[in-house]
Design a protein around this ligand. Structure first.
Ligand code: SAM
Ligand code: DTB
Ligand code: SF4
Length: 327
């Protein structure tokens, strides 16, 4: 562990940020007894964050379905026969109403997602108006639109965009089993453009897609060896949607998920770790363990992009029981 405790003075020095994590070190974290891992994660978490605060973001799908990509987990791919109703890019007024509602229910960030491989410049003009409108409502803005060019990231930065979400999804090896229409390197290139433009990076992955622990280690190595670390790290548990190639993948072990959250916290001590998709299938107790493991952000509101999320009042009740404040 890279947390150093001076037993004589009982002071703990903040863990240093590292960008050179080796698979064997991450594996050693995974195989620690649960109590040791949780203690290490909590120790790191308390060095940088108030453990009683959770950031809340609300999602809105601004363009739904008919996506050309073949991401095996995704209900919005045109290649799979799912129940998703496609919808063209939403008009600005609908986005503004949704942002106002999200703010009124307590969200501090509004994330807009589009089922695109990459945005066309004429679509980006409209999305930029949405970013400006969300900022006007006094919320942080986040977008996830697929791949971006350097020029597009500069335009988004100029519009005031706070965060861009672009996930690595899995290890470089397992990624190839999940998506064939764009490469891991394509994703790294977009992330580099986002970073260079000065937009905060939101980058994470999905667990429970049938990957091995070695693949989870590979994902965390790729995430944690980005310098700087992504400011926000969404950890999604696969939402198995009927009609997608991953509809019948086995249940994911809750303890492996909680361990993964703890490891994300230890590897990226100053990042917000978001307990993202999949909360509908998690008990309150499992979510509480995820918060204890260092998760400090959630997607909040009854829908993710196309699939259900716990009701806002249920989340607020859970936070009340845990003495957690939302920020
Ligand atoms: N189309 C853009 C892209 O893929 O870059 C942006 C939207 S896409 C839906 C955003 C992310 O949602 C994906 O990268 C993936 O990590 C996550 N996601 C999509 N479907 C999911 C599912 N069924 N379960 C968990 N996460 C999912
Ligand atoms: C992320 O990592 N998870 C969110 C957000 N970024 C865009 C999306 C989850 C999508 C779950 C499936 C759906 O609702 O369509
Ligand atoms: Fe398209 Fe994004 Fe879904 Fe992949 S994850 S199919 S790119 S909407």
């Amino acid at each position: 562990m890279n947390t150093t405790t001076d037993t004589q003075t009982q002071t703990t020095r903040p863990s240093e940020l590292r960008f050179d994590w080796q698979d064997s070190e991450i594996e050693a974290l995974f195989t620690q007894p649960f109590a040791e891992l949780m203690f290490a994660a909590q120790t790191v978490h308390r060095q940088y964050f108030n453990p009683n605060e959770v950031q809340v973001s609300t999602l809105l799908s601004i363009k739904t379905g008919k996506c050309s990509e073949d991401c095996s987990y995704c209900p919005q791919s045109v290649r799979y026969d799912t129940q998703v109703e496609s919808e063209a890019l939403l008009p600005l007024d609908e986005v503004i109403s949704a942002a106002k509602a999200a703010k009124a229910s307590g969200a501090s960030r509004f994330c807009m997602g589009a089922a695109w491989r990459r945005p066309k410049d004429k679509d980006l003009d409209k999305v930029i108006d949405m970013v400006i409108a969300v900022k006007k409502e006094g919320m942080e803005s986040c977008l996830t639109l697929g791949m971006l060019t350097e020029e597009q990231t500069t335009r988004l930065k100029d519009a005031g965009l706070d965060y861009y979400n672009h996930n690595l999804d899995s290890s470089p090896e397992y990624y190839k089993e999940i998506i064939t229409t764009r490469t891991y390197q394509d994703r790294l290139d977009t992330l580099e453009h986002v970073r260079k433009a000065g937009i905060n990076v939101c980058c994470g992955g999905i667990l429970g897609m049938g990957e091995s622990r070695a693949d989870r280690i590979g994902l965390f190595r790729e995430l944690a060896n980005q310098n700087p670390h992504p400011e926000s790290v969404p950890i999604n548990m696969l939402v198995r949607v009927e009609g997608t190639p991953l509809e019948a993948v086995d249940d994911f072990d809750p303890f492996e998920f909680i361990r993964s959250i703890a490891i994300a916290r230890i590897l990226m001590p100053t990042s917000h770790v978001r307990l993202s998709a999949g909360r509908e299938e998690m008990s309150d107790e499992m979510q509480a363990l995820c918060f204890l493991a260092g998760a400090n952000s959630i997607f909040y509101g009854e829908k993710l992009l196309t699939t259900p999320n716990p009701a806002a009042n249920h989340d607020m009740e859970l936070f009340r029981k845990l003495g957690v404040q939302t920020v």
